[in-house]
Design a protein around this ligand. Sequence first.
Ligand code: ARG
Length: 547
Amino acid sequence: MTVVSSLPSELNARVQAVAGIDPELRAATKPQFGHFQSNVALRLAKSEGKLPREIAQRIVDSLDVADLCEPLEIAGPGFINFRLRNEVLAGAAEAVRTDPAAGIVQHGESQNVIIDYSSPNVAKQMHVGHLRTTIIGDCFNRVLTAVGNNVLPQNHIGDWGTQFGMLIEQILEEGTDVSALSLEDAEALYKRAASHFKDDEDFATRARQRVVTLQSGDEESLTIWRQLIETSKVGFNEAYARLNVLLTDDHLAGESIYNEMLPDVVADLEARGVAVVDDGALCIFTDGFEAPLIVRKRDGGYGYATTDMAAIRYRVNELKGDRLIYVTDARQAGHFAQVFAAARKAGYLLDNVVAQHIGYGMVLGSDNRPFKTRDGSAATLSSLLDAAEENAAPEIALAAIKYADLSSGLQKDYVFDPERMTKTTGDTGPYLQYAHARCNQILRTAEAENLTVGPITVVDEPQEQNLAMALSRFGEVVDQLAAELQPHKLCTYLFELATAFSVFYEHCPVLKSDGDTRTSRLGLVAATRDVLAKGLGLLGIAAPERM
Ligand code: ARG
C-alpha cells in the first residue's frame, strides 16, 4: 500500500514501465557510473535473443526521465547508468529539510488501528517476552499514528481466570495485606499459591470453589481481586515509565472486561451453528487446523480462545477497528491463526477488516539459550534494564535495548549482549543517538557564529549527493513500515543515513567552507538531524541534543 515514493523508487518505476520487467536499479559501484545501474538489458537480451546493447539503446530512447536524470549512458556489455541531476537531489533534500514532518506523508483515509500489545499477567512480573511486545507495539503505535491512523492500543492484561482462585485462597490463609505488596511480592505469593495448589488437595478444592465464588460476584473475593490488579498495575506502570512507552491506564483492556460477554458470544456461535458440540466441548472447526478451537470446555468453563473471540467481536463492532494487530511471542502464532479463521467463519471478522499477528523470537543470553539472570532465574524486564544500565546511562541503555530489539527481523531470536549493544560505534542505538548529537553540535556552533542554515542548493560532491539521496528516502521507508510492520528496515535505513552523514562530514568541510556551499551543507546537517530525530522517535528512542 506504499504510495510515497522516493527518487530511487520513482526512477525504478519509470524504467520498469518501459522495460516491462523490474529493472532492479542498484547503487552504482563507482561515482563515474552515476548513481544507479541496471542490468535489465542483459536480462532481456537472453529471452529476446538480441544484443544487450541494442536493447539498452531501445530502452534509453523510449525512456523519458530528463526531469530527473542527466542524459543516460550505456556502459560495457549493456548496463544502463543513471545519474540524477544535482538540482533534483538538492531539491529532494531541501523538501525534507523544510517539511515539518521530514517527508512522512499522512494518508487521507485514516484507519482505526487496534494494537494488542504488552499484555502482561496480573501478579506476575513482566518478563523478557513482555519487553519485546511492549517495545515493538510502541513502535507500531508511533509509526501508524505518524502516517495518519487513529491508533487504539489495547493492553490485554491477564486479569481473569482460574489462577485467581488459588491466589485469593492463599491471601486469605496468610492474612496478607495485598495493598502493601509490590509486584515482586505478588509474584512470590503466586509461586507459593501454585505449589500449595499442587501439593495440597484440600487447598486445591478450596481454590476451585473460590473461582466459582469470585465469578458469582462475591464482594470479599472481588475486593482482593481488585487489589491484586491495582498492585500489578503499579508495577506495570513503573516498567512503562522506565521503558518510556506510550501505554497508560487508558489502554488497559484486560481479559476481565470480556467476561460478561462470553456467555452471549458462545450462545451466538452455537445458535448459528458456527460452533458445534464435540465430545462435550463446544468447538469451532476451521479448515487447515488439526484440532478445533474450543470455546466452551467440557466443564462449562471458557478459556483464552473464548476471550479472544469476544475481543475480536468487540474490537470490530464497538471500537470500529479496520485493522487489528496482535504482538506476542511467536509461539502464539498458531493460536491467532486459528482464532482469526474462526472469527472469519463467525462473521466477527469482516472481509474489509485486516487481522495480523506479529510474532517475535526469543531474547537469548551469551550462551545462546533463553536469557537468564545471574542467579539463573528467568529474567524479568527490570533485570534486563539493570544489565544494560551497567554499561551506559539510562537514556543510552534504553536506546541500546530498543534498537537491538527492533533492528533484526522480529521473528528472529537475538542475543542480549549489553556490552555490544551500548557501543557508540557500529549498528547500535547509541551510534544513531551519537550521530544526531553530532549534527546538533555542528548546528549549535553555526548558530553561535550566526551562520545561515539552508537552503540546500549545492550537492556537487558524491558524498553530498549520497546524503541527499538517503534523506529523500525517509518518507517511503516509514510508509513501508506502516504497511509491512518490519521495524528493522527503518533501523537499517537510519544506520545508512548516519553512515552517509559520517562519510559526508569526513569529506566535506561544513563550518570551514563558505558562501552557498556552507549554507547548503549546514542545510544537509539540519535535515539529517531532523530525520534522525524523527526516525529514532518512531522507534521510541530518545534523541538527546548532546552526548
Ligand atoms: N497475556 C498474554 C501473555 O502474557 C498475552 C495476551 C495477548 N493478547 C491476546 N489478545 N491474547 O502471553
